[in-house]
Design a protein. Sequence first.
Length: 385
Amino acid sequence: MNVISKEVMHVGEMASGAALTVPVYRIKGSQQGSEQGPSVYIQANMHGAEVQGNAVIFQLLEQLKHIELKGDITLVPYANPVGCNHKNGEYTLGRFDPITGVNWNRMFHFDASIIEPFAQEYVNCSSEKIEAAFKALMLEQIEQKLNHNIYGLTTGQRIAYQLQRLAHQADIVLDLHTGPISSKHLYCPEYAKESAKYFDIPHTLLIPNSFDGALDEATFCPWWQLQLTLKALGRDFPIRKNNVEGECGIVKESFTVELGSQEQIDLDVAHQDALGILSYLQYQNVINSNDYHPKAMVRYSCMLEDYKALYSPMGGMVDYLASFGEPLPAGEPLARILRMDNYGDGDPLHYINLDHPVIPILHFASASVNQGTELYKVFSKFSVL
Ligand SMILES: [Zn+2]
């Protein structure tokens, strides 16, 4: 049975002086040296209403107690204590910092200007040396931001950078989120497409090498850009497991895992989600096991640029009709909008459809919408993964 250690990380202070804290759970891998598997960082609930990841971390810990680990795993539920407690009436808000209005998952750090000089300096070093030195450089950058910055940080940056310091120590990062009302889907860097088949998630968004402040990007973009820069200098630096049996190599992958809908905890579904994550961790040689395999399912992928938001053409009350997951034929209605103010002397029902097939992935959480509210997000072009 593995020992799970717990630490309470201080990430800030409230006006009253009350500490903002985050629990950090760690399980050590049993292997050392060349036998050691990749290390993993998993966090949940960066957005306040997206709570299901906490239940998945619970189920993962329950399983991981009994599995031999090759690599270290760090798990952080309630990653954003401000967002988590940000209630208004019966609803949880917590997607945006209420003071600055900035999305809590757009405050992570990556300065692309570090790549070129680093690549020039290390181009002739061993892959192991490049990996260690680049990891140290990224940690040093975060350390500078946190502790050597006389003008200070916003509340959100302080939380984000402390989480990022943990994430940069790992080879694999899983950031557990949910949509509003949503199917399960995965944000996956294009180069890690093969790995997406090991999660039990039917929809994968393939994302390019550009940084917009999210944790997944902040942890994979630096490695991906380093790889491309070294390549341009004539140096191969693979960051994906090569599929030869037993060949581990350097692995750097990050995913945002969208577990379904917000404001919901379902421990049975969380158990299934944990099994899917264990299947991926087994594939990556993090756990010493043969028990976890991805479920057979049709998996669809879509490039990020083809992931489209559909905005409501009118205000009204929405009856969301399209179910998630399966391609919706052209012309079939996604939703109908009720306008009781038009009853009797106008058109009380308005159908919304598109002229090409799409896969609906998520929709707005409320039935009442303004003109221009985001109604659905859909895969507008897709292929089988
Ligand atoms: Zn989220």
